[in-house]
Write a protein of this length. Structure first.
Length: 550
């Protein structure tokens, strides 16, 4: 997932990314996993194509939903008794890639968007998928260290064990190396592979993991942006997300709408309204009629973005990495980068090998600053630890809350200058995700030591605006943002080494834009003219960073 605070930024929210020659029904990782190629017999979930707009089926309540103290989760481990692995995944099916429908569930065909006509997309709600591995029988088993790294390996039968596979020779030369297999790096690598570039994608943790910014079940996707340069990218983002759904036969999106809440005349709220091309501004009575669970306060108005919804983040990351491998890409996880040696051929040394390529792209999230310092560049990147909070409904299934409610985002509220955002009850049945769009400065390798300082602010907002929720969180998780001072991205070539491209500082609103970000980083790396104006993403907008690179 992307970076951190800022009231107008789209909520990336953590809360929790095939080569040929594999047997039918198996997915092949082209790189080594702890010493050698591995086979993963992956069963595909059958794609349901429900007709009409009926609500999604209900889910059983979580164990321990009767109240009590907040349940703390770190690294994907639930402390709810009996739920240490999270909710089980949907019942697996046996669809092969060739059987996947080209337009699963008609997901994007009903958008309030130039891509399609109006209407909600009925998608079965997600259970919380355990961040683990999959056996041939469809169950998942794994272990995880305190550093968040998986310690399991995989046998030919698809079952993970705690044994290390024997070492085998590995390829060392590529056309492009991408460091960081989060959503930005994975889309970048996928674009490169589809352009017939022999691409190596490196990830320091074993995938999937929960130590960065791209994990979790949900992110907000929206057309509404105060900045026109982002809003112009969103139609292509929607189209590329649709394309990924069709190519992988995986549902990645649920349309919910988005309520933008702020004071009348608030500049960013007005800019969002203009960029959306909508005239209607909702007062408290109009909003309550549409969404009874919300209570606006005096001096507040709302604007509705009907194109918005929820991206299923973990699914999306797995899907784009699957496409990357299908196009011949190599993903090597569990390999921490130790050094980068620039030059006409860039040399990257990891804990498992040495790799060379004429081009390098760094999309390492909160670790990017340390990498570019090796290259004489000091970027103003601030990692933040974000509290991801889930709030239980006082009355389960109460009107206006739950899975049918919209997402929301506050702009310009005096009590929350960085913004508060929320998503409907998708990850945990009967719990809404409501989070402060800011956090505590942290070292990404020590993020679990950062304080949890914003619960009073969130509790106050819940009590006044969402009275149907309990005023204390039932579940808390953590995520990393990596912020720039202006909360705009860095997408640029290194000022001294033009064959090194940097994508960083996604400031908590980058996940939805990853398909276009990956395309732009691919274009920069290949020396092509970017598809969009890049002035807002240039390294040179920050004074003083070039002096360190000379």
């Amino acid at each position: 997932m992307a970076g951190g605070g800022g009231q107008h930024r789209g909520q990336l929210r953590c809360g929790r990314g095939g080569g040929g020659g594999a047997p039918s029904g198996a997915r092949r990782y082209r790189g080594r996993r702890r010493g050698g190629p591995v086979m993963l017999r992956a069963r595909r979930t059958p794609i349901q194509a429900p007709g009409g707009l009926s609500p999604p089926p209900s889910q059983p309540p979580l164990a321990g939903q009767g109240g009590g103290p907040a349940v703390m989760l770190e690294g994907g481990r639930s402390l709810i008794p009996g739920m240490e692995g999270g909710l089980p995944p949907p019942t697996p099916g046996r669809n092969s890639p060739s059987e996947a429908p080209s337009n699963p569930a008609g997901t994007w065909a009903r958008l309030h968007h130039p891509l399609g006509s109006a209407g909600l997309c009925p998608v079965p709600p997600l259970g919380r998928l355990p961040a683990a591995t999959e056996t041939a029988a469809g169950t998942r088993t794994d272990t995880e260290t305190a550093e968040g790294r998986r310690t399991d390996t995989e046998t030919a039968e698809g079952r993970r064990t705690d044994m290390t596979a024997p070492s085998q020779p590995q390829k060392s030369a590529y056309d492009v190396i991408v460091i960081g297999a989060g959503i930005q790096g994975s889309f970048t690598a996928s674009h490169l592979a589809q352009r017939h570039q022999d691409t190596l994608l490196l990830e320091q943790f074993l995938v999937p993991h929960s130590r960065g910014s791209s994990h979790g079940q949900s992110r907000i996707i929206r057309s509404a942006y105060p900045q026109e340069f982002y809003s112009r990218m969103m139609p292509e983002c929607f189209r590329l997300w649709q394309q990924l759904e069709a190519e992988t036969g995986t549902t990645l999106y649920r349309q919910t709408g988005l309520v933008l809440l702020g004071p009348p005349g608030e500049p960013e709220l007005e800019a969002c309204r203009r960029n959306l091309g909508v005239e209607e501004v909702l007062d408290a009575a109009a909003l309550s009629r549409r969404f009874p669970g919300f209570q606006m306060q005096a001096g507040q108005v709302a604007v509705l973005d009907s194109t918005a919804g929820v991206l299923f983040a973990d699914r999306a990351l797995r899907a784009v990495q699957e496409v990357f491998r299908r196009h011949g890409g190599t993903l090597r996880d569990g390999e921490k980068v130790l050094s980068i040696q620039p030059g006409a051929t860039v040399t990257v040394t990891t804990t498992a090998g040495v790799y060379k390529a004429p081009r390098l792209i760094i999309t390492a999230g909160a670790w990017t600053g340390a990498f570019v310092e090796q290259l004489g560049l000091r970027l103003p990147l601030q990692p933040l630890r974000i509290n991801v909070c889930y709030w239980r409904e006082k009355q389960p299934g109460s009107a206006g809350l739950g899975s049918v409610s919209p997402c929301f985002l506050t702009l310009g509220l005096s009590q929350a200058p960085h913004g508060i955002y929320g998503l409907p009850s998708i990850e945990y049945p009967g719990m809404m995700k409501v989070c402060h769009h800011h956090g505590s400065p942290t070292d990404p390798d020590k993020r679990d030591q950062a304080p949890r300082s914003d619960l009073a602010l969130l509790s106050s907002f819940i009590s006044s605006h969402l009275p149907g929720l309990e005023s204390q969180p039932a579940v808390m998780e953590a995520c990393l943002y990596t912020n720039t001072p202006d909360e705009d991205f860095i997408l640029d070539r290194h000022p001294k080494f033009s064959n090194i491209v940097i994508g960083a500082g996604f400031s908590g609103h980058g996940f939805k834009l990853a398909p276009v970000v990956g395309k732009l980083l691919c274009e920069l790396s290949l020396g092509e003219e970017p598809s969009y104006n890049m002035a807002h993403f240039a390294i040179t907008r920050f004074p003083g960073v070039l002096g360190a690179a000379q």
